[in-house]
Ligand binder design. Structure first.
Ligand code: C2O
Length: 505
């Protein structure tokens, strides 16, 4: 691989959207931010210079960061934020990954405007496991026009960088072939509609019609709403337009516009069906290395709840409480220094405790209504794993308030989605149905509303790795935790020392 240099100047920029102009935090004045393109095996050196009043940090969502946890980016987890007029060089190599990912700010709510595509092409001379597309187009949901020619294939790299909306995506009168999810190839399958949660990416092949059609086609992306959350109903639309030499721009505008029909807002069976179709290639070239034996089993409840209201807080929760979100009844409290530094220098005392509960503090029937354990406790609790532990984690939604599905994102690893279901997870029956052959491998998975999902991963990456709901509002309420993975014995199993320019708190 080669070394690629990028410079990200964090600065304010006036942006006009729907007739309103406002000043937002951007990278290099661009919104969405610049596209990073690299090849598998390349090293990236991205210098981030902070010219704004806010603190900043950038996360390379889905990049494994083998031995380079210092470049992962979540503020107060792997680094202190980059302060005003400071800079930091993110330095990492892309090992064994290729596909569509994205990067985004990882501090407070700044990822609303600070994000962009991160495209990893295969190594030189290595082909895609599907026919070479005529053209590749990254799409980071926003209003866009897609100009195409007839009789061609286009690889659409779809990125859901939204803060809070799980999206249906569809193009009128065209079917799509899904070939990759979260930068991992899948067994290709055809569908009219896709479901993509925040933090997820999906590559699809669009085959255009053999001849110029006398129409243009609407592309829609609309939230999938399983609860009565804070979602809006807006439809982000794009237009698929055939560039016909027979039509002038004006006559194209007069062509009939076809609209796709999307599943109903809360179509859970569509969602389940779609996720069940996602399967690893599990081929000789792209094997699915699913851990077949498990060293440690974890059962996490993922839910929204309430905690007692303190003075000076706005108590929007029921009965004078505040909304809280928790994993195993623990609502994560952000540290004031970087957890990774505390771990690396053996200074965890007073920063975090290694006692994250491996099962819920108050077990109960998760399908019962009303629930009986909505209260949470606060803490900066982590799980500590020896190097190369194989982990099975079952995440059970507790459907306590509202009922969105939670897209859980794990930093530092891909995991395999070995099983999922509705209702209470049954440890005696459900594991016998797990798919250990070709499960979907990814970095973000939806914990279904009122159901559970089981994942497996091999803890072969030393460092401190954040895991959280990719709905920004739930993260801010505490739906997050972190794993510490200890060094292994061999030199290539150890976290490298921090770079000299690592920001200080
Ligand atoms: Cu894309 Cu920790 O997030």
């Amino acid at each position: 691989g080669i070394t690629r240099h990028y410079k990200f100047d964090i600065k304010l920029q006036n942006v006009t959207r729907l007739c309103h102009t406002k000043s937002i935090v951007t990278v290099n004045g661009q919104f969405p931010g610049p596209r990073i393109v690299a090849r598998e095996g390349d090293r990236l050196l991205i210098k981030v210079v902070n010219h704004v009043q806010n603190n900043i940090s950038i996360h390379w969502h889905g990049i494994r960061q083998l031995q380079t946890g210092w470049a992962d980016g979540p503020a107060y987890v792997t680094q202190c934020p980059i302060q005003t007029s400071q800079s930091y060089v993110y330095n990492f190599t892309i090992v064994g990954q290729r596909g569509t990912l994205f990067w985004h700010a990882h501090i407070s709510w700044l990822r609303a405007t600070v994000y962009g595509p991160l495209i990893i092409l295969p190594k030189h001379g290595v082909l895609y496991p599907f026919a070479k597309p005529y053209k590749e187009i990254p799409i980071i949901f926003d209003t866009f026009k897609l100009k195409v020619k007839p009789g061609k294939t286009y690889l659409l790299r779809l990125i859901n960088a939204a803060l809070n909306d799980e999206l249906f995506f569809s193009i009128a009168n065209h079917s799509l072939t899904v070939v990759e999810a979260d930068a991992v190839y899948v067994k290709p399958f055809e569908t009219n509609t896709l479901l993509i949660a925040p933090g997820q990416t999906t590559n699809v092949v669009l085959k255009t019609k053999p001849h110029y059609p006398n129409a243009t086609f609407l592309m829609t992306a609309r939230p999938y709403v399983t609860g009565l959350g804070t979602f809006d109903n807006s439809t982000v639309a794009g237009i698929l337009e055939y560039e016909s030499p027979l039509h002038s721009a004006a006559s194209i505008r007069n062509l009939p516009l076809f609209k796709p029909s999307l599943p109903p807002l809360n179509d859970t069976s569509f969602a389940t069906n779609f996720t069940n179709k996602l399967r690893s290639l599990a081929s000789a070239q792209f094997p699915a290395n699913v851990p077949q034996k498990v060293d440690r089993h974890f059962f996490f409840t993922i839910g929204l709840g309430t905690s007692p209201c303190q003075q000076n807080q706005t108590c929007q929760g029921p009965n004078g409480t505040i909304f809280a979100a928790s994993i195993n009844n623990v609502s994560f409290v952000q540290s004031t220094t970087a957890l990774l530094q505390a771990h690396f220098f053996g200074q965890s005392n007073g920063v975090y405790t290694p006692d994250f509960p491996i099962t819920p503090i108050f077990p109960f029937n998760y399908t019962k209504n009303p629930p009986n354990n909505t209260m949470v406790s606060n803490g900066t609790k982590l799980v500590v794993l020896p190097f190369n532990t194989s982990v099975e984690l079952v995440m059970q939604d507790t459907s306590i308030l509202g009922a969105e599905s939670h897209p859980l994102h794990l930093h530092g690893f891909n995991f395999f989605v070995v099983g999922q279901g509705f209702g209470n997870f049954d440890p005696n029956k459900d594991p016998s149905k797990f798919n250990l052959v070709d499960p979907n491998e990814r970095n973000t998975v939806g914990v279904p509303s009122g159901g559970w999902v089981a994942i497996r991963f091999q803890a072969d990456n030393p460092g401190v790795w954040f895991m959280h709901c990719h709905l920004e509002i739930h993260t801010s309420w505490g739906l997050k935790m972190a794993w510490v993975v200890l060094d292994g014995k061999l030199p290539n199993q150890k976290l490298l020392p921090p770079p000299a320019d690592l920001p200080k708190c």
